[in-house]
Design a protein around this ligand. Sequence first.
Ligand code: MRU
Length: 353
Amino acid sequence: MKTPVLKREIGPDDAVLWQANELFLLDQRLLPHIEYFIHCEHANAVAQAITDMVVRGAPAIGVTAAYGVVLAARDAWQQAKGGWKAAMEDDLAGLAAARPTAVNLGWAIRRMKKVAQALDDNQDPVPALLAEARGIHDEDIAANHALGDLGASLIEGKTSIITHCNAGALATGGYGTALGVIRSAWKAGKLEHVYADETRPWLQGSRLTAWELERDGIPVSLLADGAAAARLAAGGVDWIIVGSDRIAANGDVANKIGTYSLALVARAHGVKVMVAAPTSTIDMACPTGADIPIESRDPEELLSCGGKRVASAGAGAWNPVFDVTPAELVDAIVTERGIIHSPDAEKLAAHMA
Ligand code: MRU
């Protein structure tokens, strides 16, 4: 089912859409069975959509928040005219607090604030802020194409890969980070098969990654989250390729819960780990992985599946939704600027200089 809210045809990569001065978000909670766009009229609705996983994935959260700032500024200008800067502060704080781990959220809001601060109090802020939000969106797509091709250049010969969560077009402004590498590798004829971890509890792998790869005609098989070690032992997989929500200054990588165990089994099997992420995901203000705020979500997400309780009635759950992979388990971080082999603090600093 597709909603009739949009006037032009929806592109396969369009999960965050600014159209006719309105923001539409593809509701990723409903995929792959229903393609439904939510219309967000105000910044508080955008913040709620981020918290509720309508839109998810670090770069997509950043792009969405940037458009959220535009909506906040539009409301503030209509209501307070010359006092618009102060009038939108609460909305900006709400957006920034929507989810804690993806650094792209704070990064995008800081970029938008910088533009806002430079504007005149008596000037309609919407055109300049919209141009910045569009810039953030377009730059993310361009970065993903660049890092996708760079990451693919690391893959030698024809091999299979394992990916975790969804780091595709849905999780970004478009094209994807880990899936950007996979798409570029597929085009270059270097890819045999993609194994996607199902990624409990939100099933980003089975619902979203499989859906995206299928649409590209890239062969994909799902793995139960615990199956990666056995799959690596069976051979034929040369790379684990994942995205990231925040990379610390020493190269430690926060990503979807389960990435750390995947990296450990990869090292045990001599399989390489590639982290594909734009530089907007690198947080030089965060010294190590221990400093990355890790989001814990409602235990109910783990105790249930598809909205139906599956756990024993008295069971509780520990539900951190990200983990940290130490830099020493990462073979390469690939950004739009280049490849950081065996990342450490010195190499990250040079890369970001
Ligand atoms: O909880 P989610 O679905 O927002 O988690 C997303 C991830 O962990 C992705 O791997 C990460 O944001 C990189 S997306 C390009």
